[in-house]
Design a protein around this ligand. Sequence first.
Ligand SMILES: [Zn+2]
Length: 258
Amino acid sequence: MTPGWAVTAIVFVYGLAMGSFLNVVIHRVPREMSLWRPRSHCPGCGALVAWYDNVPVLSYLWLLGRCRHCGAPISWRYPLVELTTAGLLALVHHRFGLTVAAAEVAVLMLLLVPLAWIDLEHHLLPDVLTLPGLALGLGGAALEGWPILRDALLGAAVGAVIPIAVIYGYRWLRGREGMGWGDVKLLAMLGAFLGWRGMLMTLVLGSLAGGAVGLGLIALGRGKSDTELPFGTFLCVAAVPVAFWAPELARFLGWVGP
Ligand SMILES: [Zn+2]
């Protein structure tokens, strides 16, 4: 039998390839470009990227982060997204093995990585990721039986209602949007994958992290109280520890279990 670490290593290499695809998603989805055509090319000179210059992480290293043809810099986002995706999928295998739960958390990670980056760069949480994500979260929960599905349905509903209440409450109090409709769909998706408790935990952790970063930026003189932070990015990052360690986190935060 193949030892567990060898399978984790195979999952890591597979994750590098998935990360390479997610880089295409991050670049093309917010620009409403097709994921399949045309083939990858340098945005600087338009040269097609050869397969040997498209190997995850390694190509970036041997090209020293520059296009082979015109020398235009390649964003460090590319190797970072590849390594993050590979690391997260390896962690999924290490923690959950090869189970339905593992498949579900893996799908969630493959959604969170592009959503976090696209919201950071474009202040956008595309429906083409969150809505199929919502369906996949509910579908995965359905495979695990009614108690999990009930928890997922409740999570999706509460996840949608909270930001909708914030949107209307803010509009009424301040005359502007406190959250976006993208956050409604993202939190509903997170509720479907993580259940209502996990969704609330993500919301608390994401808000704390967002608040801390916001205060930090103000302290450094780089932000004001109305600087818009990509809240979706904080939610995506916060969902990662919840997906892996919800029971441990609940104990740490002193939440009462079910
Ligand atoms: Zn070029």
